[in-house]
Design a protein around this ligand. Structure first.
Ligand code: PA5
Length: 426
């Protein structure tokens, strides 16, 4: 694959390929707006002081990265844990009225701040949630008070959200023009909610910056990001059309979701692309494990293997050995988990499912930044090897246009589409 990888890397680094207007993430860990970065930290401190609940409103690339980071670095139980930072809820990422009502009830009698995140400023899901929360905040704190509690992350100059933010005087942060949603977690899009959770965003940027340097190595054999891009394309050509991202730690479940969007939207187009799926083991060994072991042989797995155990737990000894499990007493849970990992890799490879292993030190902010950059770079290179534009998502518009038409959005085109869709529905 060496020649193909080199050609893809050249295309990416020279900005000569499709979607080259969206390469701002490549040097972002080095070249980012320091003034805005310090404003993010100050806003996060203000939010931490003035609210119990912080609601991050956004969908797709406008929320997955922040949620992944908070669960990865802190915990999937972040909101329930004892802490001196606000609870963080994510709204505007679906159209469920039950979900919206439940978040509203969680906010009752709490001091609230919100961050609306939308690059386009026109996405329906966050727009609905923002309407609801803006109205709630203005009722609760008055227009002046609400202004101090509403933070907007959007395009620097255009869009309805920017217009509203300017009119109302909300503090705004920028989604850079040259960075698409799914590549934007290390911009204000992800950094503000992540900083509100008390995570060290300097360390996160350092991790990404070190990855940027490490993965500049032109030697394809030594560059892990390039090797990953090459390996998954080779497997794809051999009929392995589904890649399953595997974690053995539930704290990475949302990282899996972030990764699925990154690879799914970047590669799934032009009737090609590896289908990105994910599992959390050992949990899913008791559900999807059977299929992976013996179902259709179009799968390969990529395992994120976290080396360190930052929260050791020793399995107790039972003098009566009622469950006959004393052979594991005295071992740590991590040790057992690592054996589950080794056992599964051996078993799945026996079953014809190739495994790629990504070793990561631990679950710190630094590691998160490093891993994000690794996956982004590998994704750009992999997309170019595959022959697609890894930076657009034309297919996402399909359902939106149909939904607007069905909901009666004005305009002749919408009306014509609506009539055609209604005929099909009947
Ligand atoms: O990666 C992308 O570009 C998309 O997933 C967007 O992040 C998502 O559709 C939300 O768009 P917006 O931020 O414009 O509301």
């Amino acid at each position: 694959m060496e020649g193909e990888v080199k050609a893809a890397v050249k295309t990416l680094r020279e900005g000569s390929g499709a979607g080259s207007d969206f390469l701002g993430w490549v040097d972002l860990p080095q070249i980012y707006d320091r003034e805005e970065f310090s404003r993010i930290k100050k806003a996060a401190e203000r939010i931490q002081r003035s609210c119990d609940v912080f609601v991050a409103i956004g969908i797709g690339g406008s929320y997955l990265g922040a949620r992944a980071a908070i669960e990865f670095v802190k915990s999937p139980f972040y909101n329930a844990l004892k802490k001196d930072t606000p609870a963080i809820y994510f709204a505007g990422n679906n159209i469920s009225s039950a979900y919206l009502n439940e978040i509203l009830s969680l906010c009752e009698e709490k001091d609230i701040c919100i961050n609306v995140i939308s690059k386009s400023g026109t996405t329906t899901e966050p727009a609905i949630a923002f309407r609801v929360f803006r109205e709630l905040l203005e009722r609760k704190y008055g227009e002046e008070g609400a202004r101090e509690r509403i933070f907007i992350t959007t395009d620097k100059a255009k869009g309805k959200l920017k217009e509203l933010a300017d009119e109302k005087g909300y503090e705004t942060f920028v989604v850079p023009d040259d960075i698409g949603g799914r590549y934007s977690v290390l911009t204000a899009v992800g950094l503000l909610p992540i900083a509100v959770a008390g995570i060290d965003i300097d360390a996160m940027m350092r991790g990404a910056s070190d990855a940027r340097i490490a993965f500049r190595d032109p030697d394809v054999k030594k560059n892990d990001a390039y090797r990953y891009a090459a390996a998954r394309n080779l497997l794809f050509r051999e009929g392995k059309t589904t890649e399953i991202l595997v974690t053995y730690d539930p704290a990475l479940a949302m990282m899996n979701e972030w990764w699925k969007q990154l690879y799914g939207e970047s590669e799934g187009k032009d009737l090609t692309g590896i289908f990105p799926a994910s599992v959390v083991f050992s949990t899913d060994l008791h559900s999807l494990g059977q299929y992976i072991q013996q179902g259709v042989r179009n799968l390969f797995e990529t395992v994120i293997d976290i080396q360190q155990d930052n929260s050791p737990f020793v399995i107790p000894h039972d003098p009566r050995n009622i469950d006959e499990m004393n052979f594991i007493s005295g071992k740590t849970v991590h040790e057992v988990n690592r054996n589950a990992f080794l056992a599964t890799v051996l078993s799945h490879t026996d079953g014809g499912v190739p495994n790629l292993i990504l070793e990561l030190d631990s679950r710190t902010a630094y590691d998160f930044g490093y891993l994000v950059y690794f996956f982004e770079l590998a994704c750009g290179v992999s997309g170019y090897i595959l022959g697609v534009n890894p930076f657009d998502q034309p297919g996402v518009e399909g359902y939106k246009n149909n939904m607007y038409a069905l909901l009666g959005k004005p305009g002749a085109e919408n009306e014509a589409r609506r009539n055609e869709l209604l005929k099909r529905i009947q």
